[in-house]
Design a protein around this ligand. Structure first.
Ligand code: KG4
Ligand code: ZN
Length: 333
Protein backbone atom coordinates (compact mmCIF):
# COMPACT_ATOMS: atom_id res chain seq x y z
CA UNK A 1 0.00 0.00 0.00
CA UNK A 2 1.35 3.42 -0.98
CA UNK A 3 0.02 6.70 0.37
CA UNK A 4 1.11 9.94 -1.25
CA UNK A 5 0.52 13.52 -0.27
CA UNK A 6 0.14 15.76 -3.33
CA UNK A 7 0.46 19.52 -3.96
CA UNK A 8 -1.08 21.42 -6.91
CA UNK A 9 -0.84 25.19 -7.52
CA UNK A 10 -0.25 25.61 -11.26
CA UNK A 11 -3.03 28.11 -12.00
CA UNK A 12 -5.83 29.45 -9.79
CA UNK A 13 -6.55 26.48 -7.51
CA UNK A 14 -4.47 25.77 -4.42
CA UNK A 15 -4.85 22.13 -3.49
CA UNK A 16 -3.40 19.44 -1.24
CA UNK A 17 -4.61 15.83 -1.25
CA UNK A 18 -3.81 12.40 0.13
CA UNK A 19 -4.22 9.48 -2.26
CA UNK A 20 -3.79 5.76 -1.68
CA UNK A 21 -2.39 3.54 -4.44
CA UNK A 22 -3.18 6.15 -7.09
CA UNK A 23 -6.88 5.33 -6.94
CA UNK A 24 -8.40 6.08 -3.56
CA UNK A 25 -8.81 9.72 -2.57
CA UNK A 26 -8.39 10.03 1.20
CA UNK A 27 -8.77 13.82 1.09
CA UNK A 28 -8.71 16.56 -1.53
CA UNK A 29 -8.70 20.13 -0.20
CA UNK A 30 -9.17 22.69 -2.99
CA UNK A 31 -9.18 26.47 -2.54
CA UNK A 32 -10.29 28.31 -5.65
CA UNK A 33 -9.51 31.99 -6.22
CA UNK A 34 -11.73 32.45 -9.28
CA UNK A 35 -13.59 35.34 -7.63
CA UNK A 36 -10.40 37.39 -7.39
CA UNK A 37 -9.70 37.05 -11.12
CA UNK A 38 -13.21 37.36 -12.58
CA UNK A 39 -13.25 41.14 -12.84
CA UNK A 40 -10.02 40.96 -14.88
CA UNK A 41 -11.48 38.34 -17.28
CA UNK A 42 -8.59 35.97 -16.70
CA UNK A 43 -5.93 34.91 -14.22
CA UNK A 44 -3.66 37.70 -12.95
CA UNK A 45 -0.37 35.90 -12.16
CA UNK A 46 0.73 38.17 -9.30
CA UNK A 47 -2.68 37.90 -7.61
CA UNK A 48 -2.64 34.12 -8.08
CA UNK A 49 0.77 33.69 -6.40
CA UNK A 50 -0.31 35.69 -3.36
CA UNK A 51 -3.46 33.61 -2.97
CA UNK A 52 -1.48 30.38 -3.21
CA UNK A 53 0.84 31.60 -0.47
CA UNK A 54 -2.14 32.33 1.75
CA UNK A 55 -3.87 29.01 1.08
CA UNK A 56 -1.10 26.44 0.80
CA UNK A 57 -0.76 25.80 4.54
CA UNK A 58 -4.52 25.97 5.07
CA UNK A 59 -5.23 23.35 2.40
CA UNK A 60 -2.37 21.25 3.81
CA UNK A 61 -3.95 21.30 7.28
CA UNK A 62 -7.40 20.43 5.91
CA UNK A 63 -6.07 17.59 3.74
CA UNK A 64 -4.12 16.04 6.64
CA UNK A 65 -7.02 16.37 9.03
CA UNK A 66 -9.60 14.92 6.64
CA UNK A 67 -7.45 11.98 5.58
CA UNK A 68 -6.63 11.26 9.21
CA UNK A 69 -3.46 9.40 8.23
CA UNK A 70 -0.42 9.58 10.55
CA UNK A 71 2.42 11.39 8.79
CA UNK A 72 4.73 8.40 9.25
CA UNK A 73 2.38 6.39 7.02
CA UNK A 74 2.93 8.77 4.08
CA UNK A 75 5.36 7.33 1.50
CA UNK A 76 6.10 10.31 -0.73
CA UNK A 77 5.33 13.91 -1.74
CA UNK A 78 3.98 14.43 -5.27
CA UNK A 79 4.02 17.94 -6.70
CA UNK A 80 3.08 19.69 -9.96
CA UNK A 81 6.22 21.29 -11.43
CA UNK A 82 4.64 22.30 -14.78
CA UNK A 83 3.03 23.38 -16.99
CA UNK A 84 1.56 26.51 -15.44
CA UNK A 85 2.35 29.97 -14.14
CA UNK A 86 5.85 30.12 -12.71
CA UNK A 87 4.96 32.19 -9.64
CA UNK A 88 2.02 29.89 -8.88
CA UNK A 89 3.95 26.67 -9.42
CA UNK A 90 6.72 27.89 -7.10
CA UNK A 91 4.40 28.11 -4.11
CA UNK A 92 3.23 24.48 -4.34
CA UNK A 93 6.75 23.36 -5.11
CA UNK A 94 8.20 25.08 -2.06
CA UNK A 95 5.38 23.69 0.09
CA UNK A 96 6.05 20.17 -1.16
CA UNK A 97 9.82 20.49 -0.74
CA UNK A 98 9.42 21.77 2.79
CA UNK A 99 7.08 18.90 3.69
CA UNK A 100 9.43 16.35 2.10
CA UNK A 101 12.45 17.78 3.92
CA UNK A 102 10.73 18.03 7.29
CA UNK A 103 9.47 14.44 7.16
CA UNK A 104 12.35 12.92 5.23
CA UNK A 105 10.15 11.80 2.32
CA UNK A 106 10.98 11.41 -1.37
CA UNK A 107 9.85 14.22 -3.71
CA UNK A 108 7.95 13.09 -6.83
CA UNK A 109 7.80 15.52 -9.79
CA UNK A 110 4.44 15.43 -11.59
CA UNK A 111 3.35 16.80 -14.96
CA UNK A 112 -0.01 18.58 -14.49
CA UNK A 113 -1.32 17.10 -17.78
CA UNK A 114 -0.48 13.55 -16.67
CA UNK A 115 -2.41 14.41 -13.50
CA UNK A 116 -5.56 15.31 -15.46
CA UNK A 117 -5.37 11.97 -17.30
CA UNK A 118 -4.52 9.87 -14.22
CA UNK A 119 -7.71 11.14 -12.56
CA UNK A 120 -9.60 8.69 -14.82
CA UNK A 121 -8.41 6.05 -12.33
CA UNK A 122 -10.84 7.58 -9.80
CA UNK A 123 -13.60 6.35 -12.11
CA UNK A 124 -12.26 2.87 -12.90
CA UNK A 125 -8.78 1.45 -13.53
CA UNK A 126 -7.40 2.53 -16.91
CA UNK A 127 -6.68 -0.44 -19.19
CA UNK A 128 -3.93 -0.14 -21.78
CA UNK A 129 -3.35 0.74 -24.52
CA UNK A 130 -5.41 3.84 -23.86
CA UNK A 131 -6.25 7.02 -25.75
CA UNK A 132 -6.76 10.22 -23.78
CA UNK A 133 -8.67 13.26 -25.00
CA UNK A 134 -7.19 16.00 -22.81
CA UNK A 135 -9.23 19.20 -23.02
CA UNK A 136 -8.47 22.04 -20.63
CA UNK A 137 -8.07 25.79 -20.57
CA UNK A 138 -4.52 25.58 -21.86
CA UNK A 139 -4.36 22.28 -23.76
CA UNK A 140 -6.27 20.21 -26.30
CA UNK A 141 -4.49 16.96 -27.06
CA UNK A 142 -5.07 13.40 -28.16
CA UNK A 143 -2.56 11.30 -26.24
CA UNK A 144 -1.79 7.64 -26.86
CA UNK A 145 -0.69 5.63 -23.82
CA UNK A 146 0.70 2.17 -24.57
CA UNK A 147 1.14 1.62 -20.85
CA UNK A 148 0.88 3.59 -17.62
CA UNK A 149 3.09 6.67 -17.54
CA UNK A 150 3.84 6.49 -21.27
CA UNK A 151 2.57 9.44 -23.31
CA UNK A 152 2.68 9.98 -27.05
CA UNK A 153 0.93 13.06 -28.45
CA UNK A 154 -1.01 12.13 -31.60
CA UNK A 155 -2.54 15.54 -32.13
CA UNK A 156 -2.89 18.93 -30.49
CA UNK A 157 -4.35 22.36 -31.11
CA UNK A 158 -2.55 24.74 -33.44
CA UNK A 159 -3.97 27.78 -31.69
CA UNK A 160 -6.61 28.15 -28.95
CA UNK A 161 -7.35 25.33 -26.53
CA UNK A 162 -10.97 24.15 -26.38
CA UNK A 163 -11.48 25.68 -22.91
CA UNK A 164 -9.84 28.91 -24.03
CA UNK A 165 -12.37 29.22 -26.88
CA UNK A 166 -15.20 28.74 -24.35
CA UNK A 167 -13.72 31.49 -22.20
CA UNK A 168 -13.30 33.87 -25.15
CA UNK A 169 -16.85 33.31 -26.41
CA UNK A 170 -17.98 33.76 -22.80
CA UNK A 171 -16.37 37.19 -22.70
CA UNK A 172 -18.30 38.12 -25.84
CA UNK A 173 -21.53 37.04 -24.14
CA UNK A 174 -20.60 38.95 -20.95
CA UNK A 175 -20.35 35.75 -18.93
CA UNK A 176 -17.95 35.67 -15.98
CA UNK A 177 -14.58 33.94 -16.42
CA UNK A 178 -14.15 30.97 -16.80
CA UNK A 179 -17.24 30.61 -18.97
CA UNK A 180 -17.21 26.90 -19.89
CA UNK A 181 -19.82 25.80 -17.38
CA UNK A 182 -22.13 28.77 -18.07
CA UNK A 183 -21.99 28.25 -21.86
CA UNK A 184 -22.63 24.54 -21.33
CA UNK A 185 -25.78 25.36 -19.33
CA UNK A 186 -26.90 28.03 -21.81
CA UNK A 187 -26.37 25.61 -24.71
CA UNK A 188 -28.74 23.13 -23.13
CA UNK A 189 -31.54 25.72 -23.34
CA UNK A 190 -30.92 26.55 -27.01
CA UNK A 191 -31.09 25.02 -30.48
CA UNK A 192 -28.30 24.63 -33.03
CA UNK A 193 -29.34 27.31 -35.52
CA UNK A 194 -25.93 28.23 -36.96
CA UNK A 195 -23.73 25.72 -38.75
CA UNK A 196 -20.23 26.92 -37.88
CA UNK A 197 -17.60 25.41 -40.18
CA UNK A 198 -15.15 22.91 -38.68
CA UNK A 199 -11.56 24.09 -39.08
CA UNK A 200 -9.17 21.69 -40.83
CA UNK A 201 -12.03 19.23 -41.41
CA UNK A 202 -10.37 17.94 -44.55
CA UNK A 203 -6.86 17.65 -43.12
CA UNK A 204 -5.37 14.30 -42.24
CA UNK A 205 -4.11 13.68 -38.73
CA UNK A 206 -5.41 14.39 -35.29
CA UNK A 207 -4.79 18.10 -34.78
CA UNK A 208 -7.27 20.78 -33.79
CA UNK A 209 -7.84 24.48 -34.41
CA UNK A 210 -10.36 26.58 -32.53
CA UNK A 211 -9.40 30.20 -33.23
CA UNK A 212 -11.38 30.31 -36.52
CA UNK A 213 -14.49 29.15 -34.70
CA UNK A 214 -14.06 31.85 -32.06
CA UNK A 215 -13.73 34.48 -34.83
CA UNK A 216 -16.80 33.12 -36.62
CA UNK A 217 -18.82 33.47 -33.41
CA UNK A 218 -17.56 37.03 -32.90
CA UNK A 219 -18.46 37.93 -36.51
CA UNK A 220 -21.92 36.44 -36.10
CA UNK A 221 -22.58 38.64 -33.05
CA UNK A 222 -21.15 41.82 -34.61
CA UNK A 223 -23.08 41.34 -37.86
CA UNK A 224 -26.32 40.85 -35.95
CA UNK A 225 -25.59 43.99 -33.90
CA UNK A 226 -24.98 45.99 -37.08
CA UNK A 227 -28.29 44.83 -38.50
CA UNK A 228 -29.93 45.87 -35.25
CA UNK A 229 -30.97 42.29 -34.52
CA UNK A 230 -30.79 40.68 -31.12
CA UNK A 231 -29.04 37.37 -31.15
CA UNK A 232 -30.48 34.44 -29.24
CA UNK A 233 -27.72 33.74 -26.72
CA UNK A 234 -28.85 30.20 -25.98
CA UNK A 235 -28.96 29.30 -29.68
CA UNK A 236 -25.54 30.86 -30.20
CA UNK A 237 -24.13 28.89 -27.27
CA UNK A 238 -25.71 25.68 -28.56
CA UNK A 239 -24.32 26.26 -32.07
CA UNK A 240 -20.83 27.06 -30.76
CA UNK A 241 -20.80 24.07 -28.42
CA UNK A 242 -21.99 21.77 -31.22
CA UNK A 243 -19.07 22.93 -33.40
CA UNK A 244 -16.49 22.34 -30.64
CA UNK A 245 -17.88 18.89 -29.92
CA UNK A 246 -18.01 18.01 -33.62
CA UNK A 247 -14.31 18.79 -34.02
CA UNK A 248 -13.35 16.84 -30.88
CA UNK A 249 -15.46 13.83 -31.84
CA UNK A 250 -14.23 13.82 -35.44
CA UNK A 251 -10.54 13.59 -34.44
CA UNK A 252 -11.21 11.17 -31.60
CA UNK A 253 -13.09 8.84 -33.96
CA UNK A 254 -10.18 8.96 -36.38
CA UNK A 255 -7.64 8.16 -33.67
CA UNK A 256 -9.76 5.32 -32.27
CA UNK A 257 -10.04 3.86 -35.76
CA UNK A 258 -6.30 4.08 -36.44
CA UNK A 259 -5.19 2.98 -32.97
CA UNK A 260 -7.43 0.31 -31.49
CA UNK A 261 -7.23 0.88 -27.72
CA UNK A 262 -8.82 -0.71 -24.68
CA UNK A 263 -9.86 2.52 -23.06
CA UNK A 264 -10.74 6.08 -24.02
CA UNK A 265 -10.10 8.64 -21.31
CA UNK A 266 -11.76 12.05 -21.25
CA UNK A 267 -9.82 14.49 -19.05
CA UNK A 268 -9.23 18.19 -18.30
CA UNK A 269 -11.57 21.00 -17.26
CA UNK A 270 -13.68 20.79 -20.45
CA UNK A 271 -14.31 17.10 -19.66
CA UNK A 272 -17.06 18.38 -17.33
CA UNK A 273 -19.03 19.40 -20.43
CA UNK A 274 -22.33 17.54 -20.53
CA UNK A 275 -22.68 17.66 -24.32
CA UNK A 276 -19.15 16.33 -24.84
CA UNK A 277 -19.65 13.49 -22.35
CA UNK A 278 -22.87 12.49 -24.11
CA UNK A 279 -21.35 12.75 -27.61
CA UNK A 280 -18.44 10.50 -26.59
CA UNK A 281 -20.81 8.01 -24.96
CA UNK A 282 -22.68 7.88 -28.28
CA UNK A 283 -19.44 7.56 -30.27
CA UNK A 284 -18.34 4.57 -28.21
CA UNK A 285 -21.26 2.51 -29.52
CA UNK A 286 -19.13 2.16 -32.66
CA UNK A 287 -16.12 0.97 -30.60
CA UNK A 288 -17.48 -1.84 -28.42
CA UNK A 289 -13.99 -3.14 -27.57
CA UNK A 290 -13.02 0.18 -25.98
CA UNK A 291 -14.07 1.22 -22.49
CA UNK A 292 -15.05 4.88 -22.06
CA UNK A 293 -13.49 6.22 -18.86
CA UNK A 294 -14.30 9.90 -18.32
CA UNK A 295 -12.73 11.54 -15.29
CA UNK A 296 -15.45 11.87 -12.61
CA UNK A 297 -16.90 15.37 -12.82
CA UNK A 298 -15.62 16.47 -9.41
CA UNK A 299 -12.02 15.74 -10.51
CA UNK A 300 -12.08 17.31 -14.00
CA UNK A 301 -10.93 20.75 -12.81
CA UNK A 302 -7.53 21.36 -11.23
CA UNK A 303 -7.02 19.47 -7.96
CA UNK A 304 -4.22 17.76 -6.06
CA UNK A 305 -5.86 14.31 -5.94
CA UNK A 306 -5.10 13.91 -9.65
CA UNK A 307 -1.46 14.79 -8.93
CA UNK A 308 -1.44 12.03 -6.31
CA UNK A 309 -2.77 9.62 -8.96
CA UNK A 310 -0.07 10.50 -11.51
CA UNK A 311 2.53 10.66 -8.73
CA UNK A 312 1.79 7.02 -7.99
CA UNK A 313 2.85 6.10 -11.56
CA UNK A 314 6.15 7.91 -10.99
CA UNK A 315 6.58 6.35 -7.55
CA UNK A 316 6.21 2.88 -9.09
CA UNK A 317 8.68 3.82 -11.84
CA UNK A 318 11.11 5.23 -9.21
CA UNK A 319 10.95 8.70 -10.71
CA UNK A 320 12.01 11.04 -7.91
CA UNK A 321 13.50 14.54 -7.77
CA UNK A 322 16.04 16.24 -5.54
CA UNK A 323 15.30 19.32 -3.49
CA UNK A 324 16.77 21.34 -6.37
CA UNK A 325 13.69 20.54 -8.52
CA UNK A 326 12.70 23.63 -10.48
CA UNK A 327 9.41 24.60 -12.12
CA UNK A 328 8.91 23.99 -15.84
CA UNK A 329 6.13 26.41 -16.94
CA UNK A 330 6.13 25.17 -20.57
CA UNK A 331 6.26 21.44 -19.78
CA UNK A 332 4.46 19.11 -22.20
CA UNK A 333 4.67 15.34 -22.59
O1 KG4 B 1 -8.25 21.85 -16.49
P1 KG4 B 1 -8.71 23.17 -16.05
O2 KG4 B 1 -9.45 23.28 -14.75
O3 KG4 B 1 -7.53 24.18 -15.98
C1 KG4 B 1 -6.45 24.09 -16.88
O4 KG4 B 1 -5.51 23.31 -16.60
O5 KG4 B 1 -6.57 24.78 -17.92
O6 KG4 B 1 -9.64 23.73 -17.24
C2 KG4 B 1 -10.29 24.96 -17.16
C3 KG4 B 1 -11.12 25.17 -18.43
C4 KG4 B 1 -11.69 26.56 -18.55
O7 KG4 B 1 -11.38 27.04 -19.85
C5 KG4 B 1 -13.20 26.36 -18.38
O8 KG4 B 1 -13.98 27.30 -19.09
C6 KG4 B 1 -13.38 24.97 -18.93
O9 KG4 B 1 -12.24 24.25 -18.46
N1 KG4 B 1 -14.61 24.31 -18.47
C7 KG4 B 1 -15.61 23.91 -19.31
C8 KG4 B 1 -16.64 23.37 -18.47
N2 KG4 B 1 -16.22 23.45 -17.18
C9 KG4 B 1 -14.97 24.03 -17.20
N3 KG4 B 1 -15.72 23.97 -20.64
C10 KG4 B 1 -16.84 23.50 -21.19
N4 KG4 B 1 -17.87 22.98 -20.48
C11 KG4 B 1 -17.82 22.89 -19.12
N5 KG4 B 1 -18.84 22.37 -18.44
ZN1 ZN C 1 -5.52 21.84 -15.46
Amino acid sequence: MTTLIAFESSADETSVALVKDGRTVLSNAVATQINSHQRFGGIVPEVASRHHLEWITKTLDIALEEANVPIDEIDGVAVTYGPGLVGSLLVGLMGAKTFAMAHNLPLIPVNHLAGHIAAANFNEPIVYPALALMVSGGHTELVLMRQANDFHILGETFDDAAGESYDKVGRLLDLPYPAGKAIDELAQQGQVTIDFPQAMAKEAGYDFSFSGLKSAVINQVHNAEQRGETIDRADLAASFQAAVIKALIDRTRRALTDFPVRSLILAGGVAANSGLRQALTDLMVDFPETKFIPVPKQYTGDNAAMIGAAGYWNFQDHIFAGLDLNTNPGLDF
